[in-house]
Design a protein around this ligand. Structure first.
Ligand code: 5AD
Ligand code: SF4
Length: 438
């Protein structure tokens, strides 16, 4: 039997797809790269913005007709769109067999067996106290040095624009003992870098009685031998505690890199977004972080054209870019998410204006990103070697602790997972070129 997986959206979805593949591998399925020879097609969806949400309908338009030649084919849709639509998705897309919610990942093998027997479509999307699937391990592919470990799921923040609390449910943190056990197994399997994942990792443990804090969890992961680097995503500025900031200075394996979404530079917009901080509060955290780790690299998420955002408000977003100097930004035009608080806000920004602000924001950031990369030339960085570069030409590739990509001519004896000192010789548009110091 063959399974074909299609994944949209965030790293959490990528990790969930890895878990699904693992569950079906245990049932004898192998992964196929082509939908046309699959016995099972699973689409893992994202609804955080309108654009990824719409992808599901064109995907189903491609896959459902495959059933004419292969009536035994089973098609399942999971993830955030599945959670939001539930059985309405079955009605809208005849031929779709399974809709499974964000808490039902581990039920998918049973649902597939049921559908094979009954040939009746099913939808299961209720929220559970403890989301199913969190304890399923995503087995990293052979030859990879990094692995993702989900430590929490859901979000209690209810930012006014965001669909996540409605489709991932309330915050739930996995028991720290289970996380430590999983990271230990990964280290034994040769993994050198772990990425701790969740919608709001820095509020880890706050909702569970007797659980440790995120900073304490990092210290425990740090003690696991074999793990050389720790990263985490994504964080909320209001939960950047002093203890967590100190962890960056105290734990050498914690990479000097942080994704810290600020979303908007104007306090009026931030307040209507319900973010719980001002631009000054955010900048104060950045200052503390840079005091703890002067070279820390920062990235962020930005929404442009939130309802009521004036040109002067938008300028404050550009001011933030100038003040913080991010390595990279992920910027999006605001899109209405039905059911969220902001869906009822007036004073919408015209699409043309949003597009123009997005282009200005990205153009401004491109210059900063370029300057940051150029400033690395001549420096020496420790690079975690990930393997031959996609660009070929005998080059290998890796990342610095700051998460910058470095390509370099491969010296004899180099191996995936090595930590090598590399002298940076050239800055390209999105990456660096270097030479390994032997
Ligand atoms: N419109 C545009 N961008 C959004 N994001 C979340 N919700 C919306 C929305 N309604 C962005 C935020 C978040 C990232 C994952 O997606 O910047 O941090
Ligand atoms: Fe959405 Fe806000 Fe939660 Fe992030 S913190 S997932 S933006 S509600």
């Amino acid at each position: 039997m063959k399974i074909y997986m299609e994944t949209y959206g965030c790293q959490m979805n990528v990790s969930d797809s890895g878990k699904i593949t693992h569950l079906f591998a245990e049932q004898g399925y192998s992964l196929t790269e082509t939908s046309s020879d699959a016995d099972l097609i699973v689409i893992n969806t994202c609804s955080v913005r309108e654009k990824p949400e719409l992808k599901i309908f064109s995907a189903l338009g491609r896959y459902i007709p495959l059933k004419r030649q292969r009536p035994e084919l089973v098609i399942a849709v999971g993830g955030c769109v599945a959670q939001q639509w539930g059985d309405k998705l079955l009605k809208r897309c005849p031929g779709l067999d399974i809709v499974f919610g964000t808490h039902q990942l581990d039920s998918l093998p049973d649902l597939v067996a049921k559908v094979r027997q009954s040939r009746r479509a099913v939808s299961v999307t209720e929220f559970l106290k403890c989301p199913g699937g969190l304890e399923v391990m995503a087995i990293p592919a052979a030859g990879t040095v990094s692995a993702m470990v989900t430590i929490m799921q859901g979000c209690d923040n209810f930012c006014s624009y965001c669909i996540v609390p409605y489709v991932r449910g309330r915050e739930y943190s996995r028991p720290s003992a289970a996380i430590i056990e999983e990271v230990g197994k990964l280290a034994q399997a040769g993994i050198k870098e772990v990425m701790l994942l969740g919608q709001n990792v820095n509020s880890y443990g706050l909702q569970e009685k007797n659980e440790i804090s995120f900073a304490e969890l990092l210290a425990l992961v740090h003690d696991i031998s074999g793990i050389e680097r720790i990263r985490f995503t994504t964080s909320h500025p209001k939960d950047m505690s002093d203890a967590l900031i100190s962890a960056f200075a105290e734990l050498p394996k914690l990479s000097p890199y942080l994704h810290l979404p600020f979303q908007a530079g104007s306090d009026t917009v931030l307040s209507r977004m319900g973010r719980g901080y001002t631009a000054a509060d955010y900048l104060e955290k950045v200052e503390k972080l840079r005091r703890a780790v002067p070279m820390i690299a920062l990235t962020t998420d930005i929404i442009v054209g939130f309802p009521g955002e004036s040109e002067a408000d938008f300028q404050k977003t550009l001011d933030m870019l100038e003040k913080v100097r991010y390595d990279q930004i992920y910027s999006f035009k605001y899109s209405i998410r039905p059911g969220t608080r902001a869906a009822g806000f007036e004073d919408l920004v015209a699409d043309e204006e949003k597009r123009e602000r997005l282009a200005r924001c990205q153009g401004f950031q491109d210059e900063i990103s370029q300057e940051i990369l150029a400033a690395q030339v001549g420096s020496v960085s420790e690079v975690l070697v990930s393997g031959p570069s996609k660009r070929g030409a005998g080059e290998w590739s890796g990342r610095t602790g700051e998460n910058r990509i470095v390509n370099f001519p491969a010296p004899a004896g180099i191996q995936v997972g090595d930590l090598r000192r590399v002298k940076i010789v050239t800055a390209l548009k999105h990456s660096l070129k270097g030479e390994v110091i032997t």
